[in-house]
Design a protein around this ligand. Structure first.
Ligand code: ZN
Length: 202
């Protein structure tokens, strides 16, 4: 039996460092990145994130997470749109991976939209004042400085529940299910919306 190239590709996970200004409203805030499961086609259209009113939620700043509850419990699901086309592609990718193990009277069905989970809340740390042009701490040529720093992006994963149906003539029932994690979204940790820390369970 051949080993799946998808599984090999998935095993390698890159570790990157992002260095950037920590000030809000800077144009070079960390821009959202998507990492798609390699089983999906390259032209898969990534979901579009809609911004909510920032005032209604809490956000982490340079100090990091200060809530009592774990951040993943208070993180509000990103407001993204999912389409039928994406649904078809995700199910097709799953079938391509695992369909050969199905019995003739089994099928896979997908629950849509997918579910998000905040696997990493990321962080922002402040740094020394550096000049805007050369990113130099002791620059003698520049007048304008900003605070340097480092950002580790927050990471959301998106998974769709795949149910295996067993069919008996025209009647089928779900026999088992599995979560298919097909997309990781990385975003600026300061842009993750959290329920206000003081309300809810504490
Ligand atoms: Zn300079």
């Amino acid at each position: 039996m051949k080993s799946s190239p998808h599984m090999v590709a998935r095993a390698a996970r890159q570790c990157k460092n992002w260095t950037m200004t920590v000030q809000r409203d800077e144009p070079d805030w960390f821009r959202m990145e998507h990492e798609l499961d390699p089983s999906l086609p390259d032209d898969f259209s990534m979901p579009v994130l809609h911004r909510r009113s920032r005032d209604a939620y809490q956000h982490v700043g340079v100090g990091g997470w200060t809530g009592y509850w774990p951040p993943e419990d208070l993180a509000v699901r990103p407001d993204v749109e999912w389409t039928e086309e994406q649904k078809v592609l995700v199910l097709a990718a799953y079938r391509e991976k695992w369909g050969r193990f199905l019995e003739p009277n089994h099928t896979y069905e997908i629950n849509w939209p997918p579910e998000p989970y905040l696997v990493d809340d990321g962080y922002v740390v402040g740094g020394a004042l550096v000049c805007n042009v050369h990113t130099d701490e002791g620059c003698m040529e520049c007048d304008e400085f900003h605070e340097g720093g480092e950002v580790r992006p927050a990471e959301w994963t998106w998974s769709a529940m795949i149910e295996m149906y067993e069919w008996n003539g025209n009647s089928g029932f779900p026999e088992s299910f599995e979560w298919f994690r097909f997309l990781t979204m990385r975003m600026d940790p300061r842009e993750v919306d959290y329920e206000p820390f003081s309300t809810g369970r504490d």
